[in-house]
Design a binder for this molecule. Structure first.
Ligand code: TTP
Ligand code: MG
Length: 397
């Protein structure tokens, strides 16, 4: 199979902050430095529910990592410092970091709170060879925020992302142009996007262990075995990826959920929690300028039995009232048979971006409901949760 595309002459950087939430806690609380810090749910002496958001590198030595049940983290290292997390502060530092990077190149695509791709092709003349740029950005971030980042620089996004992870923490890994295949070849296949344990096993059964093995495999055969996806993998393994920085990755859904401290039989409480989730989710969606048409209720019952129920609407929505109404309706219709609830969540899919339009703050005499909600969000963001409340919240039931 012939390869039609080659990497263009671009230099892409991927930057990922080290142990981000935990590092911020160690920054703000010097007494936590050098110690195992775990940010996540309350461990409650080992009986807590929920999961680890992240762990400092000191805590990772005990086997603690993101998404691990918090009770397990507690068993692995009971003397760790367990913290709930302060999203506002993390968001603040995230903005600061992104602003520092923008001094080097405006072509920046932030992909999570602590991660971004940056096209630095244009700044090589100004700042010298790629290694210097990487070092300078890392140093700037450290000098201005006190935090450490790991950086990967490569001819494309795919390799830059792999590279930033290779020497974490405080890493700087560079893959030069025309060195793509050699760079990737020795790496294990699980470093490729989308390869989970099952595909890994399947590929290993075909004698494929490294990315180099995929690159050398017959592309046609791989496509026959794995479908179109196989060809995509083969291209990546050969170091080919022409996605531009700034191409928004299309998010499929957005969701929010809560685990109860104890399974609850009080369905009123479940509905109240759905209200709170709808509020938070609506706020996040408005901040990201997203609307969606399918609303899904997620329900986990005692014994870990998980169900979802969805409703497709005729309009795209993101207002809290719609999310609440649909979620509660789906919940009321669910044949729950007096079982207790462990977790509830709401997801919104079939998303549509609103083109990031700006809210005209006070220059608009007529403010509709949607604009009002956005305005309240802005005020809350600036002055804190409790500064404003909608009239309907104050009404007694
Ligand atoms: P990551 O960059 O995946 O992790 P990290 O920065 O903590 O550590 P690393 O040095 O390996 O990059 O995620 C960034 C932040 O996002 C992380 O600090 C906490 C949050 N997060 C969660 O809340 N839950 C998760 O499952 C993950 C993976 C991250
Ligand atoms: Mg990180």
């Amino acid at each position: 199979m012939a390869v039609s595309s080659k990497n263009t002459d671009r230099v892409i950087m991927h930057l990922d902050m080290d142990a981000f939430f935990a590092a911020v806690e160690q920054l703000d609380n010097p007494e936590y430095r050098g110690k195992p810090v775990v940010v996540g749910a309350d461990p409650k002496q080992g009986t807590g529910r929920g999961v680890v958001s992240t762990a400092s590198y000191e805590a990772r030595k005990y086997g603690i990592h993101s998404a691990l049940p918090i009770s397990k983290a507690y068993r692995l290292c009971p003397h760790a410092i367990f913290l709930r997390g302060r999203m506002h502060r993390y968001a603040e530092l995230s903005h600061q970091v992104m602003d520092i990077i923008k001094n080097y190149s405006p072509v920046l695509e932030q992909i999570s709170i602590d991660e971004a791709f940056v096209d630095i092709s244009g700044c090589i003349r100004l700042f010298g060879p790629t290694k210097n740029i990487g070092l300078k950005i890392k140093e700037d971030i450290h000098a201005q925020t006190g935090l450490r980042a790991s950086v990967g620089i490569a001819p494309n996004k795919f390799i830059a992302k792999i590279a930033s992870d290779l020497e974490k923490p405080d890493g700087l890994t560079i893959c030069e142009k025309d060195g793509e295949k050699a760079f990737l070849a020795p790496l294990p296949i699980r470093k490729l996007w989308g390869i989970g344990a099952r595909t890994e096993e399947r590929l290993q059964n075909m004698g494929i262990k490294t990315i180099g093995d995929i690159a050398d495999f017959d592309a046609k055969k791989l496509t026959t075995k794995l479908g179109v996806w196989g060809f995509g993998l083969w291209k990546l393994a050969n170091g080919i990826d022409n996605r531009k920085v700034g191409t928004p990755h299309k998010r499929k859904s957005i969701s929010e959920e809560r685990t109860f401290y104890e399974d609850v039989a009080d369905y009123n409480m479940v509905e109240k929690t759905l209200f709170k989730i709808a509020d938070d989710l609506s706020r996040t969606m408005r901040r990201k300028s997203l609307k969606g048409r399918t609303i899904t209720l997620k329900l986990r019952l005692e014994g870990f039995e998980t169900h979802t129920r969805s409703k497709k609407l005729t309009d795209y929505v993101h207002d809290a009232d719609s999310l609440r109404a649909v979620a509660v309706d789906l919940f009321r219709k669910f044949p729950i048979a007096e079982r207790k609830v462990r977790l509830v969540g709401i997801a919104v899919s079939q998303l549509n971006t609103l083109g990031g339009e700006q809210l005209p703050l006070f220059d608009n005499t007529v403010i509709n409901n949607e604009e009002l909600e956005k305005l309240l969000d802005e005020l809350k963001q600036r002055f804190g949760e409790k500064v404003v409340m909608r009239g309907s919240f104050l009404k007694k039931k």
